[in-house]
Design a protein around this ligand. Structure first.
Ligand code: AMP
Ligand code: GLY
Length: 420
């Protein structure tokens, strides 16, 4: 079977490697991919905004299944578009993708289906938002409604903070803002919970914890993710059942009541407050870098699972996992998440020997004349699977030290909550 993967990050390289392990997969195309995917797949230089060009290429090359990695094309309806041409796509349609694309859509669904989430209000102008805020308990969380690539969320401790947040959002800092969300600040432990859905049934697809802040000790600016580990330390049968019964199932029921159904990965960002799960946000795709820690733990054939989803037969498919832990450290370009340089050559990366439990997933890289250059803020992901998190992290750091790249930096404390 020929598979196409849309995207160019570490998540997509991890998807690529997982698919490449399957006997079922004869060829992989990445749109546009990176230097890592290039070594096992054919990278196709296409702009992900150009749905028509993507469709034409898929049809001409007779690609059997397409997997969409990032949220933007999903929210913009690429699945509906490709399905019109009878292309088999793994990913949610435009309506279901509103779970990520519109925070107010999700909040309203939570309200209607009694899904536990932070108390909230939705406002369409700054005057009403500000007068509501006058009487709120602080801290309070303020969010822009649409996609904001991990930005657009403000934790506000005083009036000065919330005034800036309201102003930034309504002035369009995160794109045109028609609505603003104000919510209660929840105190607890975060957890990323994944399910895979075929439109009829779903199965759990692992848990993880990511580190969003740029600095050690979880300090500094928010980023796309500086590292992650799987499973989450909160992963247990009792909590999992609550998450499925109180959050996942009512969400899928809500979508069904809208005459649609979810196909793809659904990622619930949760806050666990005194043992009870609250939904913070949904993403309609795998997490990046969570995906890079989850897929190496998968024992079953990944291509078979995806194919089963496309054929609405997930129920007949067994998903087995290794008991090992796994941890990812992201190597970034100095300056990220603010200004950073691109096109910096990375030396020695091709000479590193990896065991079967060690992975270097490329994120922002590009290959030119057999040399590897940085091409983004998050550049390489070092993932190790092992019996314990400490050994994962020690090994990952040793791998990073073998790379000769003075322009990079990383967090040495990934997993500090699970490593003494
Ligand atoms: P989001 O983009 O909605 O996931 O928010 C980004 C981050 O802000 C989350 O990972 C949380 O750490 C934090 N956050 C968002 N909403 C809340 C909330 N209601 N209470 C506490 N922290 C929150
Ligand atoms: N790591 C967070 C995300 O993928 O949204």
């Amino acid at each position: 079977m020929k598979v196409g993967i849309l995207g160019s990050g570490g998540r997509e390289h991890a998807l690529c490697i997982a698919l490449n392990r399957s006997k079922k997969v004869s060829k992989i195309y990445c749109f546009p991919g990176n230097a890592g995917t290039k070594s096992i797949a054919e990278n196709i230089e296409i702009n992900l905004n150009n749905f028509k060009e993507i469709k034409d290429f898929i049809l001409e090359s007779q690609i059997d299944i397409v997997i969409v990695g990032p949220e933007k094309p999903l929210v913009e309806g690429i699945v509906d578009y490709l399905e019109k041409y009878n292309i088999k796509v793994f990913g949610p349609n435009e309506l279901c993708s509103k779970l990520e694309g519109s925070k107010t859509f999700t909040k309203n669904l939570c309200k209607e289906y009694n899904i536990p989430t932070a108390d909230f209000g939705i406002f369409i102008n700054s005057k009403d938002a500000l007068s509501f805020l006058e009487n709120c308990n602080l801290p309070v969380v303020i969010k822009a409604d649409g996609l904001a690539a991990g930005k657009g969320v403000y934790i506000c401790n005083d009036k000065a903070d919330y005034s800036v947040a309201v102003k930034d959002i309504f002035e369009g800092k995160f794109g045109k803002a028609e609505k603003i969300l104000i919510e209660e600040f929840l105190v607890g432990e975060e957890m990323s919970f994944f399910v895979i859905c075929d439109g009829k049934n779903f199965k759990k697809f692992g848990t993880a914890q990511d580190h969003k802040r740029v600095g050690e000790g979880d300090k500094g600016k928010n980023t796309g993710g500086m590292g992650a580990y799987s499973p989450s330390k909160l992963d247990n049968e009792i909590l999992n059942k609550k998450i499925l019964d109180q959050i996942i199932k009512p969400t899928l029921k809500g979508l069904k009541d809208l005459n649609t159904s979810f196909k793809g990965f659904l990622y619930a960002g949760l806050m666990i407050v005194k043992g009870e799960p609250f939904l913070i946000e949904y993403n309609v795709r795998m997490g990046d870098p969570e995906c890079q820690t989850i897929l190496p733990r998968l024992k079953s054939d990944f291509a078979e699972i995806i194919e089963a989803c496309i054929n609405e037969n997930l129920i007949g498919t067994n998903i087995e996992w290794f008991n090992d832990k796994s941890l990812c450290i992201v190597l970034c370009s100095k300056g990220y998440p603010e200004d950073y340089r691109k096109n910096l050559e990375i030396f020695n990366i091709k000479n590193i020997d990896l065991t079967e439990n060690q992975f270097i997933f490329h994120a922002g890289t590009i290959e030119k004349k057999n040399k590897i250059f940085s091409n983004g803020g998050r550049v390489l992901n070092f993932v190790v699977k092992s019996k314990d998190f400490k050994s994962c992290r020690n090994q990952a750091v040793k791998l990073i030290e073998k790379i000769d790249w003075k322009e990079g930096f990383y967090r040495r404390d990934i997993g500090f909550k699970v490593i003494k």
